[in-house]
Design a protein. Structure first.
Lengths: 115, 110
């Protein structure tokens, strides 16, 4: 199979703190990983695309200095929400794919609540 | 921004009935995929249909694609309570980026 994990599955933090979310491809090497955000009862919105070893490409309206993405290896990408605020509370989902034209496999998501 | 719309936004049926969900999109696509999401969980890939295909089956799932109308439908036959979830279509353009529709929340009553 193609399994993608995320850690943590949920996190509660105080406003102003930074939170790091990990996304791992467990049984395959992912050249590309994607980060999505999903608000309650809404669809997934792509935040950024990261290719191993290069800078992430952010979608319009997503602040790259606020959502730091690192894809340091073929099995790990991290999303750091810096100086989190209550409006950053959301469900963050990552996906990974082996290469171009390949299926994206999704992680189980991380629920972030900023108080 | 979202590629398109899903219709209906919510659907409630009895177990054993068929459920049909529709997805419309706006731009040319390489393929279209359907995903399922249980409440508060990640996405499960259901089926992929390529732009040169018109219909595809997988178990109780039947997907159609009409590129002239830029629309797709997902049919779940003989629904079960366990099918209760949100269903999303996602279009894959030539750049291999997925753009998700708004989703259909399906409730199957036992």
């Amino acid at each position: 199979g193609a399994v993608v994990s995320q850690h943590p599955s949920w996190v509660i933090c105080k406003s102003g703190t930074s939170v790091k979310i990990e996304c791992r491809s467990l049984d395959f090497q992912a050249t590309t990983m994607f980060w999505y955000r999903q608000f309650p009862k809404q669809s997934l919105m792509l935040m950024a695309t990261s290719n191993e070893g290069s800078k992430a490409t952010y979608e319009q309206g997503v602040e790259k200095d606020k959502f730091l993405i690192n894809h340091a290896s073929l099995t790990l990408s991290t999303l750091t929400v810096t100086s989190a605020h209550p409006e950053d509370s959301s469900f963050y989902i990552c996906s990974a794919r082996r290469g171009a034209q390949e299926t994206q496999y999704f992680g189980p998501g991380t629920r972030l609540l900023v108080l | 921004s979202q590629q398109g719309e899903e219709d209906p936004q919510a659907l409630s049926i009895q177990e054993g009935e068929n459920a049909t969900m529709n997805c419309s999109y706006k731009t040319s696509i390489n393929n279209l995929q359907w995903y399922r999401q249980n409440s508060g969980r990640g996405l499960v890939h259901l089926i992929l249909i390529r732009s040169n295909e018109r219909e595809k089956h997988s178990g109780r799932l039947r997907v159609t694609l009409d590129t002239s109308k830029k629309s797709s439908s997902l049919l779940i036959t003989a629904s079960r309570a366990a099918d209760t979830a949100s269903y999303f279509c996602a279009t894959d353009d030539a750049g291999n980026m997925l753009t998700f529709g708004g989703g259909t929340r399906l409730m199957v009553k036992p």
